[in-house]
Every structure is written in structure tokens, then in C-alpha cells.
Design a binder for this molecule. Structure first.
Ligand code: NDP
Length: 339
């Protein structure tokens, strides 16, 4: 076993879009687990848009990463050493956090990955992003048969699941995605009724109007910016807007003007934000619901795999430009043979 651990640290806080200089790759001595702790070797690292917020020290719902500390992100790892009797070397677990090759975690934060779906799915469709889509649709969107639902970042980790849930509820589902391959995937593989390539159309409002002749009842907001401006006027009376995220605005240095909110009164709109971790019980609830759908092939998903921990900063910078196609994960290492 290597005697050194590799970590990607936050070297400085970005102003606007992050650049490679905001990260540094460092090595230190391999940590050892204390009583009740487990040392894992990272196999997969999840990269997610929320990490941009953690790189800033602006007021937020979560504590920022300190400059000089390791970047945070959930991982799937292989147990190397354990001082918690529930874990043994070779087990594959999810729940250790860090852009790091090896991580020490209290055993009660770790879950053994069940057999069935590939372990990496526990960072995406069966993990935090899938749960986010589930909570947003179940608690806020509540789509009904015959309603029109619009999903931005439709090919992504959250959007792809959100749209399939709305289809299951019998809604007409229109995606918005950032290139023709993504749009094709959204329609042909995920089964959405339509998809608009927002980087290709000259008139996004017109394209949305054509795709949603009966207006929009539910909007699952992942992106913000121009997309939000185009969707908002098309909302129907008693429409619901699920405020999940606004990734197109995460690199902004000052807030953009929002839409005029008088329409909220006139149309009796329901607009609600949420953070998936608000109700931790939703994670297990979603896993129990979705794992059989994955097994039978009725819930589709796509992963965008980048190899090598050292490539995490570049992949993350690209995520914020919309260059990923599916759930972005870093393959940090292969499991030990037979694990
Ligand atoms: P995705 O896998 O969807 O990747 C992000 C996508 O957003 C890109 O592929 C791109 O899609 C789009 N995008 C990125 N940058 C831009 C840009 N500058 N302009 C326009 N589009 C852009 O990410 P996730 O599914 O993981 O996350 C989706 C949203 O959900 C994010 O806003 C995230 O912060 C939020 N979120 C919120 C949670 C909560 O608890 N509230 C939990 C998890 C995620 P395209 O090219 O198709 O436009």
C-alpha cells in the first residue's frame, strides 16, 4: 500500500469562474483510523455544482471550505483498515468525504454499498442527486397527469431523474439541455416528450411556447439565468416552481435581477426552495424506491466519467460551463481484484 495520501486542496477562493490556480495537489502521510474509525481508499469521487458555493465565503446554508483544506465531495471507497467492528478490509462503502485518495471517517457515517447497481450509482441516481429530484417532485412539484412539466439541465444528474418522475406521474415533460447530443438522449433514452437545445435556438421563449402549447404547470429549476427568464412568463395559474439550483449563476460576482414577482400573485404561483439534506430520511426512502427501477431498467441514467484525482479541478471547472454530459464522477482508483 502507498504510504502517501494525495489530496486536492482549496488553494485560494475564486473570483468569478474557478481556475486551476484555485486548487493544489498535495501529498501527506497516510492517516490511520482511530477507535470507531475506518480508512478508505477512494474509488469514485462525486463532483457537484454545490461545491462552487463551498469555495466562497459568502453567507450560505453551509460552512465554506477553509483555504488550505481539502476540497469536499462524497466518495465511494474500499475499506483498507477499520477500527469499527462493522467494517472489514475490502468492503465497498459510501459516505467518506474529500477530494482525496484516502480518507478516515467515523464508521457511523459510512454505508456498505449493497449488491445490485454499480457502486458509482450511489453518488448519482441512487445518491444525493437522485434524492434531490425525488424530494423536489414529491414535496413541491407534485405533477399530475396531463400537466406540462419543464426541466432545465435535463440530461444532468438531477434533471434526468426529475423528468422521469414527472413522466411516471403522467405529465407531458419538456427538457432544456445544452447541445444536440444531450437533447437526443433526453428524448430517446430518458423518454421526455420534447427537448429544447438552449445553446442552439435563437429565440428560447418562442421555442418554449411551441413546445408547451398549454403553458407550464411545473418548472424544475436547475439553471437560472436566461432559462428562468424564458420560463417564468409561461407559467400557468397555480403553477409550481421547484427552486433546486441556479448553476448558470454560481460564478456571478453580483446577483442578477430576477423576474418581476407580481405574476406570483396574479397566477397564484407556488415557488419553493429546498436543500436535499433538510430531511435525511429521504435518502433511504429514495434508494428503496429507485433501486428496483434501476434493476428492471425503467429508470435510466448516464455518467460522465473522468479518470484521475489530479483531473478533478479541470472537470469541475468544466461542469460549471455545462461541459459534462450526465452525472460527473472521477474514477480515482480501481477496486482491489475481487473486492
Ligand atoms: P448537472 O449534472 O445537471 O450538471 C450541470 C448542468 O447545468 C450542465 O451539464 C449544464 O447542462 C448546466 N449548466 C452548467 N453551467 C451552465 C451555464 N453556465 N449556463 C447554462 N447551463 C449551465 O448537475 P446536477 O444535476 O448535479 O445539478 C443540477 C442543479 O441542481 C444545480 O443547480 C445544483 O446546484 C442543484 N442541486 C441542488 C440541490 C439541493 O439540495 N437544492 C442538490 C443537488 C443539486 P446543459 O448543458 O444541459 O444546460
Amino acid at each position: 500500500m502507498s504510504t502517501l495520501r494525495r489530496s486536492i486542496m482549496l488553494a485560494s477562493r475564486p473570483k468569478g469562474a474557478p481556475s486551476p490556480e484555485n486548487f493544489s495537489l498535495e501529498e501527506d502521510v497516510m492517516p490511520e483510523p482511530g477507535e470507531g474509525e475506518v480508512l478508505t481508499r477512494t474509488l469514485w469521487l462525486s463532483l457537484d455544482p454545490y461545491m462552487r458555493g463551498r469555495m466562497s465565503d459568502a453567507a450560505s446554508y453551509a460552512t465554506p471550505i477553509a483555504v488550505g483544506a481539502a476540497m469536499m465531495g462524497e466518495t465511494v471507497g474500499e475499506v483498507v483498515a477499520s477500527r469499527d467492528p462493522r467494517f472489514a478490509p475490502g468492503q465497498i462503502v459510501v459516505g467518506a468525504w474529500g477530494w482525496q485518495s484516502h480518507i478516515v471517517t467515523p464508521g457511523d457515517k459510512l454505508v456498505v454499498v449493497p449488491p445490485g447497481a454499480p457502486s458509482c450509482a450511489y453518488l448519482g441516481v441512487l445518491g444525493m442527486p437522485g434524492t434531490t429530484a425525488y424530494v423536489g417532485m414529491k414535496d413541491i412539484g407534485k405533477p399530475k397527469a396531463g400537466e406540462t412539466v419543464v426541466i432545465s439541465a435535463a440530461s444532468g444528474a438531477v434533471g434526468s431523474v426529475a423528468g422521469q418522475l414527472a413522466k411516471r406521474a403522467g405529465a407531458r415533460v419538456v427538457g432544456i439541455a445544452g447541445n444536440s447530443d444531450k437533447s437526443l438522449f433526453v428524448q430517446d433514452t430518458l423518454g421526455f416528450d420534447d427537448c429544447i437545445d438552449h445553446r442552439d435556438v435563437m429565440d428560447l421563449s418562442g421555442a418554449l411556447k411551441d413546445a408547451c402549447p398549454n403553458g407550464i404547470d411545473v418548472y424544475f429549476e436547475n439553471v437560472g439565468g436566461d432559462l428562468q427568464q424564458a420560463v417564468f412568463p409561461l407559467m400557468n395559474d397555480f403553477g409550481r416552481i421547484i427552486m433546486c439550483g441556479m448553476v448558470a449563476e454560481y460564478n456571478d460576482t453580483k446577483p442578477r435581477p430576477g423576474p418581476n414577482l407580481m405574476a406570483v400573485v396574479r397566477k397564484r404561483l407556488h415557488i419553493q426552495g429546498f436543500i436535499v439534506s433538510d430531511k435525511p430520511e429521504h435518502f433511504a426512502e429514495w434508494r428503496a424506491l429507485a433501486a428496483p427501477w434501476i434493476a428492471e431498467g425503467s429508470l435510466r441514467y448516464r455518467e460522465h466519467v473522468v479518470d484521475g484525482l489530479e483531473n478533478a479541478p479541470g472537470a469541475f471547472i468544466d461542469l460549471l460551463r455545462g461541459h459534462n454530459f450526465g452525472k460527473l464522477v472521477i474514477r480515482v482508483a480501481e477496486p482491489t481484484k475481487g473486492a
